[in-house]
Design a protein around this ligand. Structure first.
Ligand code: GUN
Ligand code: FE
Length: 420
């Protein structure tokens, strides 16, 4: 039996809006699974080695439930365009470069490392349409200690010549990819129709059947931008709303992630709630691409499942601390717009979305619940003035980026990063 004992000020998010704090506490994991958080080390662990981080914060690591790996090279520029123009001008030509496997290896190795250094240990990620580059991405994530789902993107229409498959290619490459990725331990496949305008009905039908037959999760985009929504209406005149274009092919269930949902009205939101679809709120991206401001507070009040995504490179921040702060700010923008009786996201709620809510998609219970596999980080904020309460310290870390504050990271029970 291997025992991990971390000592510090342990903060976790056991429920939406709630922070649990154990100052100078012990976070214990046995064989990579959390046993509990204790103010005093129980006798049964006496004699086991303790990693003492003093007064540093010990937190859950973060979950980024929507990002595009091949957009890493275009992170942070080219955003003076709305979604559809941005896709054609920047995104598609750059994703096309991932036909080059050496390039893919170099970029994906760097990306995986940067995710871990920023405390992101769980992801749901889009690759490009390239099967081999997708396998390289999965290898590099696994090597670095990032866990979660990766999807080979399906797109058989409305791409550019350098970035589009035929329907037949998209199907056969998807099957080959699924076969080739069976041996990964921590990184699993997720079906990834890019969005309705990128996929013919024939391809959508194939993916829906495949998902049901093999019990695979699904990720895509929904109601991000008004022009996109209008386009989907033209492509599917039989559907009243965007979500129906996924639902009619069986791509709509409790293992489905839908990014953005900025313009989803009450009916579309109800359809997500009824099916158990998770909304991935990508506030930084939505602002950068002038997509709009998703009503995240309303979604939570209505009982939808909501997690956070960087949407790199629509989002310019890979660091989920920044993404969480952006989500909080977006909720306040809605409050300014919709009226002061409207609620917003508190810091504790934002932190829950970035950690426990994302982890729930992978079957984890909220916070450091016993039985969860250990996903944790150590955050050192001693370079900033104090004294503050632990909750205030967490808030300041969300809003104020410091230089290299993350000292160590655990993912699926394994230490995957440490500042030496
Ligand atoms: N919709 C279809 N593809 C994309 C993409 O790459 N990024 C974003 N933000 N939206 C999309
Ligand atoms: Fe996206």
């Amino acid at each position: 039996m291997s025992i991990t004992i971390l000592k510090g000020t342990v903060i976790s998010a056991p429920a939406l809006g709630k922070l649990e704090v154990v100052e100078h506490g012990f976070l214990v994991a046995e064989d990579g699974r959390v046993s509990g958080v204790f103010p005093v080390l129980p006798d049964r662990f006496a004699g086991a080695p303790v990693e003492d981080f003093g007064d540093a914060l010990i937190l859950q690591s973060l979950a980024d439930l929507h990002l595009h790996a091949p957009q890493y090279p275009i992170l942070g520029f080219g955003m003076d365009l709305p979604l559809l123009d941005w896709l054609n001008t920047y995104t598609f030509p750059n994703e096309a470069r991932f036909a080059d496997l050496e390039y893919a290896r170099e970029i994906y190795r760097q990306l995986a490392r940067e995710l871990i250094e920023n405390g992101t240990t769980r992801v749901c990620m889009f690759s490009s349409l390239h099967r081999q580059a997708t396998l390289i991405l999965m290898e590099e994530l696994e090597r670095a200690g990032v866990t979660g789902y990766v999807g080979k993107v399906n797109m058989d229409r409305n791409g550019i010549p350098a970035l589009q498959e035929t329907t037949g290619e998209s199907m056969s490459e998807t099957l080959l990819w699924l076969e080739a990725c069976q041996d990964f331990r921590y990184v699993k496949p997720i079906l990834t129709p890019r969005f309705t305008p990128s996929c013919t009905n024939e391809l959508m039908e194939f993916l829906g059947k495949l998902g049901m037959e093999r019990n695979l999760p699904v990720q895509s985009h929904l109601s991000e931008n008004e022009k996109e929504i209008q386009w989907v209406k033209e492509l599917h005149p039989d559907c009243t709303q965007y979500w129906e274009t996924y639902a009619k092919y069986g791509l709509w269930n409790d293992r489905t992630l839908m990014a953005h949902c900025v313009w989803s009205d009450r009916r579309e939101r109800q359809a997500m709630k009824d099916a158990g679809v998770t909304v991935v709120h990508c506030a930084d991206s939505n602002q950068n691409l002038c997509s709009g401001t998703a009503p995240v507070r309303v979604m939570l009040d209505e009982g939808l499942q909501v997690a956070l995504g960087s949407d790199m490179a629509g989002g310019a921040q890979l660091n989920l601390f920044d993404v969480t702060a952006a989500a909080i700010r977006a909720s306040k923008a809605r409050r300014i717009q919709d009226g002061w009786e409207t609620g917003f996201l508190t810091v504790a709620e934002g932190w829950y979305l970035g950690t426990s809510a994302g982890a729930a998609f992978f079957g984890a219970e909220p916070g450091f619940s016993p039985g969860n596999s250990l996903h944790a980080l150590v955050l050192d904020d001693h370079s900033l003035p104090g004294p503050l309460t632990p909750a205030e310290r967490l808030e300041r870390c969300l809003y104020r980026r410091q230089k290299q504050p993350i000292l160590a990271v655990w993912s699926e029970g394994r230490k995957v990063f440490e500042v030496k």
